[in-house]
Design a protein around this ligand. Sequence first.
Ligand code: CU
Length: 211
Amino acid sequence: MASGGASSPALAALLLLVCCVSVAAATKYTVGDASGWTTTGDYATWASGKKFKVGDTLVFNYAGGSHTVDEVSASDYAACSSSKALSSDSAGSTTVTLKTAGKHYFICGVAGHCSSGMKLVVDVAKAVAAPAPAPAKAPAPAADTTTPDAPDTTPDTPSTSPSSSDVTPKTPVTALSPPGKKSTSGAAGLGAAAWAGLVLSGLVAAHLAAF
Ligand SMILES: [Cu+2]
């Protein structure tokens, strides 16, 4: 009960942390930053090093009507073709929510703009909330098992030393008893032999005196 009560708040705290992190991780990215969505942008450089996650949003800023934001397939991205665009917008400030993990491809549909560099690919990672609970649970049982293991081995060593100390008193007891028996039996034997000797020598002396 005590250990369960201790680990449950720890897990709850971890889950709360994970929830807060995932909420905070819904980042709003302004494509091209201050430069916005233009033909002079370098969006490969802009995207590099950024950790896009499901739930994040991309904000494309440009002059309405002069550009478009078209989400396309990988092959259409490579071909700068927006004829089969998954979505298209030209309002001037396009916000795209990254709803699925994987790569998302965006190009400008105005002729010549994509080929001049107006193209963006983002690699979107899964939401933090899904994979995070698994690592959070894994360290908690690992810590619980390692903690009891250490005390278990420690008592094992002393338990053998008390048993050996139990043996030690037994050895003197058995060692003492045999000498006691030997001494009494030896004295009795000696006494009997001495008396027999005395009686025999007395009888012999009596016979010798009679003759
Ligand atoms: Cu354009």
